[in-house]
Design a protein around this ligand. Sequence first.
Ligand code: AMP
Ligand code: MG
Length: 358
Amino acid sequence: MVVKIETPRGVRTVYWRVDPARPDPGIIARAATLIRGGGLVAFPTETVYGLGADALDPQAVRRIFAAKGRPVDNPLIVHVADRSELAGLVRDMPPAAARLVSAFWPGPLTLVLPRSPAVPPVVTAGLDKVAVRMPSHPVALALIRAAQVPVAAPSANYSGRPSPTTAAHVLADLDGKIEAVLDGGPAPVGVESTVLDLTATPPVILRPGGVTAEQLAAVLGQVIHYPEKTPARPQAPGMKYRHYAPKTPLWLVEGPPEAVSGRTRALAAEARAAGRRVVILARTDGPERYPDDRVVACGRNGDPASVAAGLYAALRECDLLGADLILAEGLSLDGLGCAVMNRLRKAAANIITAGEDS
Ligand code: AMP
Ligand code: MG
């Protein structure tokens, strides 16, 4: 049985706008004081907005699960502001960890390593491993530094919803449940960090993200496989839940681009004929390819990073349009396309492969 911690609503959420490059130290100090006092503060990172609490305070960490409605068997990532803090959170530092840290930190790579007893079990959902990352966003770094504690932070969305890439997304899900949100503008990468388990040999990617398999392979000198489909048996606790999903049912159409366009057009026509309101999640040339349908355009063809940057905002936008069905175009698994497809597959109620039977 999945246990969820429930909490009453009723916290007044303070909103602070900050310059993403040079956040006001006075505001950062106040936000850090909230963290040190056991409060919850949402803040921008380069990937998505995080919901932070003092990682060494089990009571504060429990409030993260409550505010998000997050199952307590889904562990959190611990965020640090300096590479040297990693040693205090883990029991063992394999040589690969040091190489990856110097290549990718600060940045969108989370390392899973043996947990030090200093990390409360509630952070890791009772696992003997802990996930740690050093974000590169100046606001995240300033907040963690000022708090002077490692900061446990999952994405700042209600559990199961698309991750937030703006402060407005955070407030839509968590207003009245958290102490504060720091608004530093849109999160630039747009999808979460890559989670790499270094306790396995060879290392395993538990979640594709901002650092690609190709980039990891270049540093580690070995091929690292990405999970391409959700495995039947979850390897990471977070893998078993439906994630990132808009409220409107989403069908993902995968395959070669021409086949995807053709199949999506046909599906949209069918749905329209049945009286259903459809919105198509496509690239910026979508309105030309789907002249008869409503299109939410997200990212350019051949530029998966631009799709990643707009993905979660586009999913939330689709919900606001009041459609009965979202048809989402798949993209190739190159570069950040892998992370985008991983999220779309998890969000999808139905996955259709175009070009196989037509
Ligand atoms: P989020 O809560 O959206 O930031 O996602 C955190 C991700 O990291 C989830 O997929 C978790 O399952 C994964 N994760 C965090 N800690 C661990 C850990 N100790 N072992 C394996 N996966 C972890
Ligand atoms: Mg999340």
